[in-house]
Design a protein around this ligand. Structure first.
Ligand code: ADP
Ligand code: MG
Length: 242
């Protein structure tokens, strides 16, 4: 579903991604972790064309992201993305947040968009809050709305960038629970997260990044297994996390 092939990217003279290769198969969950500043967010943003890259190739559901002929808005409408800071439209109700792109981008009529919105709001346990505005919701509720909004677009895969790291601790689980159920239903997911409990539970593979490089891309049980012979950076990271 997602193939990242020898991708390098520079911000001016600073190389932020160094020859990164990774893939996410259909219905697979890949968790990307690593120290702050290692390029995780940048890698995720290159996948749906939010950040350009200078070398390599990325193909998502058969669409070449770096190809100038690719319609990036169309690609983004098929790839769900959930950020750290919710990014809901503050001036729109929950319902309007969930229906806007369905109507403007997918051309759905009001009834169909509303029906879809209520279906996914119910999925994340927030049907009762359809008429509220984002500012009146908790962080955990806002993030669940953001996930529901992405699902309304019938994404072929979902990208998550530290979706729980801006939340108060008591709200982390309500968001992770939604992500776990999505994973169990077979959604293809690429998740940047420090939630190693979540990773152990649902990840098929773990990607570890450091200084713009992918140092490891291994099955989850291998990642959390024997530390012997592993890159020093991975050992340091795991000894802090576990
Ligand atoms: P992570 O998500 O792993 O914390 P990022 O992908 O956000 O890392 O950032 C990787 C590196 O790229 C960091 O050193 C960061 O300072 C740098 N960086 C991120 N965005 C920009 C930008 N727009 N311009 C220049 N440097 C950036
Ligand atoms: Mg980041």
């Amino acid at each position: 579903m997602i193939r990242i092939d020898s991708v390098s990217k520079w911000y001016g003279t600073f190389q932020v991604l160094k020859d990164c290769t990774a893939k996410v198969d259909r219905q697979e969950v890949v968790v990307v972790c690593g120290p702050s500043g290692s390029g995780k967010s940048t890698l995720l943003k290159t996948v749906n064309g939010l950040e350009p890259f200078q070398q390599g190739a990325i193909v998502v559901d058969g669409i070449s992201v770096g190809d100038p002929a690719t319609n990036l808005p169309d690609l983004r409408s098929r790839v769900g993305m959930v950020f750290q800071n919710f990014e809901l439209f503050p001036h729109l109700s929950v319902m309007a947040n969930l229906t806007l792109a369905q109507r403007k981008v997918l051309g759905r009529d009001r009834d169909e968009a509303n029906e879809r919105a209520l279906l996914y709001l119910d999925r994340v346990g927030l049907k009762a809050l359809a008429d509220r505005y984002p500012a009146s919701l908790s962080g955990g509720q806002q993030q669940r709305v953001a996930i529901a909004r992405a699902l309304c677009m019938d994404p072929v895969c979902m990208l998550f960038d530290e979706p729980t790291s801006a939340l108060d601790p008591e709200m982390v689980n309500e968001v992770l629970d939604v992500m776990v159920s999505l994973a169990q239903e077979g959604m293809t997911m690429m998740c940047v997260t420090h939630e190693m409990g979540f990773a152990r539970k649902v990840a098929d593979r773990m990607v570890f990044m450091d200084q713009g490089q992918i140092l490891e891309d291994v099955p989850t049980d291998v990642f959390f297994g024997d530390l012997a012979g592993r890159p020093q950076r991975v050992q340091t990271f795991l000894s802090k996390e576990l």
